[in-house]
Design a protein around this ligand. Structure first.
Ligand SMILES: *Cc1c(COP(=O)(O)O)cnc(C)c1O
Length: 360
């Protein structure tokens, strides 16, 4: 059985060493020493000034919208995980979809201005598969129209643009540290901002808006994470280079072995390395995709139609909107198995099956 993804687990002793400390201190959650340690290690690794470790990537998005006090319309992408859109609705705002670019699969910045109305307050865009959005164009539009920018950087752990962390763009960026992601703390999330006042507000929101023993400064939520999750994050961060190297080798092998297969890969942002958080391909036709998916499944190989269908048409709580490019791409995109201990022989096997299916 080859799953589409498999969580990284470090050697068990490395994790257990941290667990002993938790037993000694009897401090289990509420911004404990390991959570603080993880935040410091991550700031260092990601080269960001301000960062908060939170419960998960979804709460990170909720907190971002709250902290920026957004109401009304938020321009967003229909090609993402459901949490990007559902959070906007959850926070009482209205998602306004703008179609994606068919080469990068990120929101098409050239179509954003046409979607701006008097009620637009922000842009919430996803760096899909870790491929940076056109952050420069989006920044210009946001400045011109006085909009806030949030990036859902759930896939973009460790990504840099011209040597600068992708988390430094926009007003706030969020990341998910869920077990299925490139780097994880079992469940977890990150919020980053380069604005220290905003960070203070987010830190307060994370802890119920409590400002002192008997006082509250604002509306908050429980966005904290535990020492156990922080321990997993600390240990896994020590393995991140090894994880990224393995994934790069796997991606290179797919690139090489799929040369004769009718597909294309997302066009990557210039001066930014692919973190290989996924291995998506856009196949020539949905028919070929379905055939390949079936053949692979018969051979106990998992794939995922990630992201299908378009968020602009799939959600029962929103009026369906046609998004021609997303509708087309989402039918033809398939994520192939990608995880640290997938072997190159397994990659060869997957590619052979796909080529055989195409040429049959
Ligand atoms: C995984 C993911 C999320 C949600 O993160 P959780 O940690 O699972 O809550 C949000 N957006 C995108 C694009 C994701 O892939």
């Amino acid at each position: 059985m080859i799953p589409v993804t498999r969580p990284f687990l470090p050697p068990q002793e490395e994790y257990q060493n941290f667990i002993k400390g938790i037993w000694n201190r009897q401090w289990l959650t509420n911004m404990g020493p390991l959570a603080s340690q993880l935040e410091m290690n991550l700031k260092d690794y990601l080269k960001v000034n301000h960062l908060l470790f939170v419960t998960n990537g979804t709460i990170a998005l909720q907190m971002a919208i709250k902290a920026l006090n957004l109401k009304g319309e938020i321009i967003t992408t229909p090609f993402s995980f459901v949490a990007t859109t559902s959070t906007i609705v959850w926070e009482g705002c209205t998602p306004v979809f703008v179609d994606i670019d068919e080469e990068t699969l990120c929101i098409d910045a050239s179509k954003i201005e046409a979607a701006i109305t008097k009620d637009t307050q922000a842009i919430l865009a996803t760096h899909v598969y870790g491929n940076p959005c056109d952050v420069i164009a989006i920044e210009k539009i946001a400045k011109k129209h006085n909009l806030k920018v949030i990036y859902d950087a759930a896939h973009a752990f460790g990504v840099e643009v011209n040597g600068k962390s992708i988390f430094e763009f926009g007003d706030i960026s969020t990341c998910s540290l869920h077990a299925t992601k490139l780097y994880h703390s079992i469940e977890g999330g990150l919020i980053t901002t380069s604005n220290p006042d905003l960070l203070k507000k987010l830190a307060s929101i994370r802890n119920f808006g409590i400002s002192g023993f008997d006082s509250f400064s604002e509306l908050g939520i429980n966005g904290k994470n535990s020492e156990f999750h922080a321990a997993m994050g600390i240990v896994n961060l020590n393995h991140i280079d090894e994880i990224k190297n393995k994934r790069q080798q796997i991606a290179n092998r797919y690139d090489e072995k799929l040369k004769g297969f009718n597909h294309y890969r997302p066009k990557w942002y210039a001066n930014s390395a692919n973190n290989n958080s996924y291995y998506p391909i856009i196949i020539e036709s949905e028919e070929l995709l379905l055939k390949c998916k079936e053949v692979l499944q018969l051979n106990e190989i998992g794939t995922r139609r990630y992201f299908y269908p378009s968020l602009a048409s799939a959600l029962p709580y929103l009026e369906p909107t046609e998004m021609p490019i997303t509708d087309n791409i989402s039918k033809r995109v398939l994520c192939l198995p990608m995880y640290h201990d997938l072997t190159l022989e397994e990659v060869d096997h997957i590619c052979r099956l796909m080529l055989r299916t195409q040429n049959n």
